[in-house]
Design a protein around this ligand. Sequence first.
Ligand SMILES: Nc1ncnc2c1ncn2[C@@H]1O[C@H](COP(=O)(O)OP(=O)(O)OP(=O)(O)O)[C@@H](O)[C@H]1O
Length: 312
Amino acid sequence: MSAKGLTKRFGDLTAVDSIDLEIPEAAIYGFLGPNGSGKSTAIRMLCGLLTPSAGEVEVLGYKVPGQAEKVKREIGYMTQKFSLYEDLTVTENLKFLATVYGVPANKLKETVDGAVERYWLTEQRSQFAATLSGGQKQRLALAGATLHRPRLLILDEPTSAVDPQSRRDFWDILFGLAEEGTTVLVSSHYMDEAERCHRLAILDEGRVVAEGRPRDLIRDIGAGVVEIETSAPRAARDCLEKIDGVQSVAQLGARLHALTAKSVEDPEGLVSNALKQADVDAEVATVMANLEDVFVVATRLNHEQGKSNDAA
Ligand SMILES: Nc1ncnc2c1ncn2[C@@H]1O[C@H](COP(=O)(O)OP(=O)(O)OP(=O)(O)O)[C@@H](O)[C@H]1O
């Protein structure tokens, strides 16, 4: 599927600003970005749920917005605030949804049983939805969103509020669906989740600021990444933020990551000398970037370009 010049304006606000995308089929494609960066709006336009202000989309062989109605029949959609009937059991929920999707009566049992098994809900099949754990509820919601075997599955921040194991289980299921040919669009602000996508677009203020396979984005970050381990992170940060060539300093767990400009030839030396001069005890090492670093560099560039466009 592809998008060209896709734009959405809400009054004065440009929520999605002329984005171009090429999304491979049968892959998991991620949208990563902070709150309000336009992920949901972009995804909703891509699958025909929201009419663009400008631009064109080609999806599942259809043109959007013209053929949006046709696309809608072939998508499964699950958002963070999925709704289940809490006072119906797992199988009753699925039976109800299958009926809504128009699964014929003689196929209902087979469809529901298949979903129960595939989404690891066999033990809970007679349990009321209200009594399921967060991860089980989420699998039930996904089972519901895929009962009609959609070719395109849209997941809008699907794994907020579930634990890491449930998140991993959920992703195992997604990989299975993609292998069978489903295209999955997923929005997230979790880096670990974004890292699992086959490809991803990083959005900032409605623009695509980086796009590609996670490992390529990491390899091509265009910045030096220096990891700092210290018992005085605040002092280290204060010191490094004043140094020319250091573009940003972010705390990642117990460590700091300093990102240095492309032009800096010896990032580790620069950081290490600055800390020594400021009397901050620290261990310093050059490390591979991670997606969070990529995200920081890409959004920073976007803001700098925005500022220079404003000044021009
Ligand atoms: N129907 C609407 N009317 C007016 N403004 C809207 C509407 N939908 C979205 N917006 C605005 O468009 C911008 C992008 O919103 P969007 O929901 O696409 O961001 P997001 O990246 O998905 O954010 P989040 O991670 O919080 O879901 C926001 O500033 C939001 O307030």
